[in-house]
Design a protein around this ligand. Structure first.
Ligand code: NDP
Length: 323
């Protein structure tokens, strides 16, 4: 079985295509033969060592395909069923992967394998961010970084559907046009304008109710300056590196602000929470309020190139690997 592995942390060049024995499902596990594999920015944190893993390691948390073997005690799936997962176990960048049945999902027939791999992890993230971490209300001014990216495109549409005034932040005019077409009322270009000043102007001087910041180090201070008093900074990613240490007094000085650093894994920690989150995503996709664009495809062997392109900010929307 072909798989991507790495035995040292580093850049995309550490990813190697290797041949591994076929995995056998253990008790309670299903083996999914992948048709599509989701690529997520978190995979680059695992590869670079920002989120350390025991080495050598596989990579990737998300895949979809047909179940072709089941372990003892599996009741939720039978061979031939379609199944998808997006919270690991680590090692999705391979032809087939064994997943505990309670972490696997049945995907509705109206969602293709390609769209499931492009949108499950990212769409479930959008759901908990907008409904659980800070429940967005009609008329809320919200700031959303990387609005033309994988998570960003879904969040922009979903937040606009909830009635928020979405202020997207992107890195160039092409991404700004795309963000606006997806529901951002405003799309500001990082580096080209004074973002906190523009956010205050747009929100009538008050500032944003919430900032969803996936960029991390480079934008943390700016994000605090965009918020209204008692606003919430949702720092949910590190695309530019991790946020440096700071004193909680800063939150007081900037307006008695709230800060949270959430992760999907806690919001989907039980089978019931995982299913509830997935069902909410499936419902918003079925309604047509959110559409997931066809992802950029790479062959499994080209996983390193997929990482290079994702980290260079060259891509809009989602990325998948085809085994
Ligand atoms: P994206 O498709 O959004 O790609 C990342 C985007 O971040 C880039 O396109 C770029 O957009 C922006 N960016 C800003 N600064 C940098 C930088 N220095 N280097 C690279 N990119 C930069 O990826 P995903 O949709 O997979 O993930 C988006 C973010 O959400 C990531 O930070 C990820 O870690 C986080 N995430 C967090 C989860 C959680 O539960 N906490 C779950 C899922 C994702 P632009 O060019 O417009 O600036």
């Amino acid at each position: 079985m072909r798989a991507i592995q790495f035995s040292e942390i580093g850049g995309p060049e550490v990813l190697r295509l290797v041949d591994l024995p076929e995995p056998s499902p253990g008790p309670g596990e299903v083996r999914i033969r992948h048709s599509m594999i989701g690529v997520n920015f978190i995979d680059t944190y695992h590869r670079s060592g920002l989120y350390p893993l025991p080495l050598p390691s596989g990579l990737g948390l998300e895949g979809v395909g047909l179940v072709d073997a089941i372990g003892e005690g599996v009741t939720r799936f039978a061979p031939g069923d379609r199944a998808a997962y997006c919270t690991g176990p680590i090692g999705a960048y391979r032809e087939a992967h064994c997943v505990p049945q309670e972490r696997a999902l049945h995907v509705p027939a109206g969602i293709s394998d390609e769209i499931a791999a492009a949108g499950l992890l990212k769409g479930m993230t959008a759901r908990y961010l907008l409904h659980k971490t800070f429940p967005v209300k009609p008329g809320d001014f919200i700031v959303l970084y990387a609005a033309a990216g994988g998570v960003g495109q879904i969040c922009a549409q979903w937040a606009a559907h909830l009635g928020a005034v979405v202020i997207g932040i992107v890195s160039n005019p092409q991404k700004a046009a795309l963000a606006k077409s997806l529901g951002c009322a405003f799309a500001l270009i990082q580096g080209a304008e004074d973002i906190p000043a523009r956010v205050r102007e747009i929100s009538g001087g008050e500032g944003a109710a919430v900032v969803y910041d996936s960029v991390g180090r480079d934008t943390f201070a700016q994000s605090l300056d965009c918020l209204a008093p008692l606003g919430m900074l949702v720092s949910f990613g590190n695309a530019s590196g991790p946020v440096p240490d700071f004193s909680p007094n800063l939150l007081s000085q900037k307006g008695s602000l709230y800060l949270t650093r959430p992760t999907l894994f806690h919001y989907t920690r039980t089978p019931a929470l995982l299913q509830e989150t997935a069902d909410a995503l499936f419902a918003v996709l079925a309604s047509g309020a959110v559409r997931i664009a066809p992802p950029t495809r790479y062959a499994l062997a080209d996983a390193g190139q997929a990482h290079r392109d994702l980290e260079s900010r060259a891509i809009t929307g989602s990325v998948v690997l085809v085994p």
